[in-house]
Design a protein around this ligand. Structure first.
Ligand code: HEM
Length: 157
């Protein structure tokens, strides 16, 4: 009798454990990995952002806009790298918090036109290709960039 009770308790414990394990695997399946995780986290994101800023700062198309040219000489690239990395980390689902200005405020004085936006996007795609970011993640990053466009590009009159 004591033996049977003991076996029943053991069986119940095994069943509860199996139930918990299957619930955990269900929960894991329900939450697909964030874009942040799929990009490999903060280290690769910061490297891509750093390369991106290094390519943008001396760019002739962007610097033919005098307001952009003036800002890139006044604003340290390291500061831009810090803010853009924090923002990318946050919006892709990472643990960072962006504390910079909103996109409209940060770019209002730069008079950014469509041609400059297109050039920036071209450079961005080149940097993503250089780092062999997979197409799905490229598409998601491009969509994030696109979502900021109306705050950054000056509307045509
Ligand atoms: C053609 C497109 C763009 C150009 C030429 C550009 C250029 C600049 C420049 C020159 C600054 C420094 C402004 C200043 O402090 O005087 C700046 C700030 C910043 N930009 Fe952009 N930007 C562009 C698009 C973007 C995009 C698409 C993002 C992110 C999705 C972005 C994120 C930021 C951030 C986070 C800052 C710092 C904000 C702060 O100082 O609080 N920029 N940008």
């Amino acid at each position: 009798m004591v033996d049977t009770l003991h076996q029943l308790k053991l069986l119940a414990r095994v069943l509860v454990t199996m139930l918990l394990l299957s619930l955990c695997s269900l929960a894991a399946r329900a939450e697909p990995p964030s874009l942040y995780d799929r990009l490999g986290g903060l280290a690769p994101i910061s490297v891509v952002v750093s390369d991106f800023i290094d390519a943008l700062v001396p760019d002739a198309v962007l610097n033919s806009n005098p307001a952009i040219d003036a800002a890139r000489t006044a604003v340290p690239p390291a500061y831009l790298k810090y803010h853009v990395t924090a923002m990318m980390c946050q919006v892709t689902g990472g643990p960072c918090q962006y504390h910079g200005r909103d996109m409209r405020q940060a770019h209002a004085h730069l008079n950014i036109q469509e041609v400059e936006w297109q050039r920036m996007m071209e450079v961005f795609k080149e940097i993503l290709a250089k780092h062999q970011v997979p197409q799905q993640e490229v598409n998601e990053l491009l969509a994030i960039m696109d979502s900021t466009k109306s705050d950054i590009v000056v509307a045509s009159p």
